[in-house]
Structures are given as structure tokens and as C-alpha cells.
Design a protein around this ligand. Structure first.
Ligand code: HEC
Length: 140
């Protein structure tokens, strides 16, 4: 009987020791996770630096369609304030007849109720041309 008690006690002790070790390890991992630096200094030439660079490169010029959907659709989808609707051939025809250069410059500088850059303030001139091309292509 005494032997059994000793065995059981030893068994319980072993079990609680292993789970205690596991808990300690988990806590250590959590502390490491929570105290790791938020930002890492990235030096040019290091692997992390090239990751930063390629992320910036992939967010380069947006497509005409992307910009249209983000900035121009609010007016040009429904024809707000007389805006020529996307895909409405009749209202684009006389505008296209003015020549693409005129459409580019009017979209960049604004015309009447059409605000400069169609409110896409961070759009480059090249991006504005791409979105005008997209709108014209979709409306002929
Ligand atoms: C606040 C509403 C509004 C937004 C936003 C807007 N437009 Fe316009 N747009 C207009 C209106 C109104 C006209 C018609 C202006 C006129 O001819 O009197 C117009 C006309 C145009 C024209 C024809 C210009 C011409 O010379 O006939 C182009 C091109 C154009 N918009 C491009 C864009 C692009 C590109 C965007 C998004 C980057 C955009 N617009 C966003 C209201 C808007």
C-alpha cells in the first residue's frame, strides 16, 4: 500500500513538473512576442531593405480603372452636376472631339463643376492621363 502511494505521488509530481515546464515556456514565448521591437532598422542592402523597396515599387502608378473607381465614379457614374457619364457615348462624343490633350488638361486643371484632378489630389499627371484614357475608351 505504501509503495502504491509513493508511486502515485511520484507520478503526480512528474505530471505537474512537466506541465509547469510547458507553462513557463509558453510565458517566456509570450513575453518575447510582446517585447520584440515594433519597427526594425533596415539598412540599405539588407534583405529587409529590399522588401521595403519592392513594396514601394508595387504601389507605383495606379491603373486608370483603379483611380476612376476611387475618385471619379462619385460624379461620373451618375452624371452629377452634368458630368459626362462613363459609357455614355453621346455625352462623350463632343468632348472627345476637342482632342485628348484638351481632356487631359481640363481633367488636371478642372473645368466648370469638374474639380482639378477630379479631387484625386495625389494623382500624378501621368495617372490623370491614364484615367482619362480609361474613361474615353469606355465611352466610345
Ligand atoms: C465633383 C464631381 C466630379 C468628380 C469627382 C470628377 N469629375 Fe470629371 N467632370 C465633372 C463635371 C461636372 C464635368 C463636366 C464639366 C463641364 O464640361 O462643364 C466633368 C468633366 C470631365 C471631363 C471632360 C472634360 C472636358 O474637357 O470636356 C473629364 C475628362 C473628366 N471630367 C475626368 C475626370 C476624372 C479623370 C476624374 C477623377 C480623377 C473626375 N473627372 C472626377 C465632375 C466631376
Amino acid at each position: 500500500m505504501k509503495q502504491i502511494i509513493v508511486l502515485v505521488t511520484a507520478g503526480l509530481l512528474a505530471v505537474s513538473l512537466t506541465s509547469w515546464a510547458a507553462v513557463t515556456k509558453k510565458v517566456e514565448q509570450e513575453i518575447a512576442e510582446r517585447t520584440k521591437p515594433v519597427g526594425e532598422v533596415c539598412l540599405q542592402g539588407e534583405a529587409c531593405a529590399s522588401a521595403v523597396k519592392s513594396a514601394a515599387a508595387s504601389s507605383g502608378p495606379r491603373s486608370g480603372e483603379e483611380i476612376y473607381n476611387a475618385s471619379c465614379t462619385s460624379c461620373h457614374a451618375a452624371g452629377v452636376a452634368g458630368a459626362p457619364k462613363l459609357g455614355d457615348v453621346a455625352s462623350w462624343e463632343p468632348r472627345i472631339a476637342k482632342g485628348m490633350e484638351t481632356l487631359y488638361s481640363n481633367s488636371i486643371n478642372g473645368i466648370n463643376a469638374m474639380p482639378a484632378k477630379g479631387l484625386c489630389m495625389d494623382c500624378s499627371d501621368e495617372e490623370m492621363k491614364a484615367v482619362v484614357d480609361y474613361m474615353v475608351e469606355a465611352s466610345k
